[in-house]
Design a binder for this molecule. Structure first.
Ligand code: GDP
Ligand code: MG
Length: 163
């Protein structure tokens, strides 16, 4: 496996949807309701001719509880430390939230390499959120739609030189 990629970000932005698209099997639980997946999952990702380890982080659901938030921060930090590259995902339809800022801070301090992805970016409703993402200071956001498979050539173009 050429590199490992951790998909991180707050609940419901579409991390498991991207994981499933890259791994091609339903190894990660995707659900409309927050609160379903609670762990780290690993699979073999495929994108064009690239083969890599993908780590799906889960479990930030119900993070209003302080101790749970702390636990989930640890989980994210574990994934960040395991991975060569972190794909930090935000929801472009929602824009940047305070929780996203917390993640961005962890990644700025800790990650070896960060790819910023603005997901749910199909359609013009996502334009404002994509623009907001620039303010995170993590470089140019990659415009993705994990659900519809949009932006995969751009993701390939970003990963390929890192492989
Ligand atoms: P996670 O909590 O970050 O792992 O998010 P999930 O992958 O479970 O997705 C949360 C919700 O967002 C689900 O209802 C998905 O179908 C939906 N979703 C994921 N990707 C996209 C996308 O690209 N566009 C839209 N509109 N919805 C998406
Ligand atoms: Mg998930």
């Amino acid at each position: 496996m050429s590199f490992s990629l951790a998909i991180v970000g707050r609940p419901n932005v579409g991390k498991s949807t991207l994981f499933n698209r890259l791994v091609g099997k339903r190894l990660a639980l995707v659900d409309d309701q927050p609160g379903v997946t609670r762990d780290l999952r690993e699979g073999v990702g495929r994108l064009g001719d690239l083969r890599f380890t993908v780590i799906d982080t889960a479990g930030l659901e119900e993070a209003t509880d302080e101790s749970l938030q702390g636990r989930m921060r640890k989980l994210t930090e574990r994934a960040v430390d395991m991975a060569d590259i972190c794909l930090f995902m935000i929801d472009a339809r929602v824009g940047v939230t305070p929780t996203d800022e917390v993640f961005a801070e962890i990644l700025r301090k800790r990650a070896k390499h960060v790819i910023l992805a603005a997901n749910k970016a199909e359609g013009a409703a996502a334009d404002a959120g994509v623009l907001e993402a620039y303010a995170l200071g993590l470089g140019e956001p990659l415009r993705l739609s994990a659900e519809h498979g949009e932006g995969m050539p751009d993701l390939y173009g970003t990963l390929q030189p890192l492989a």
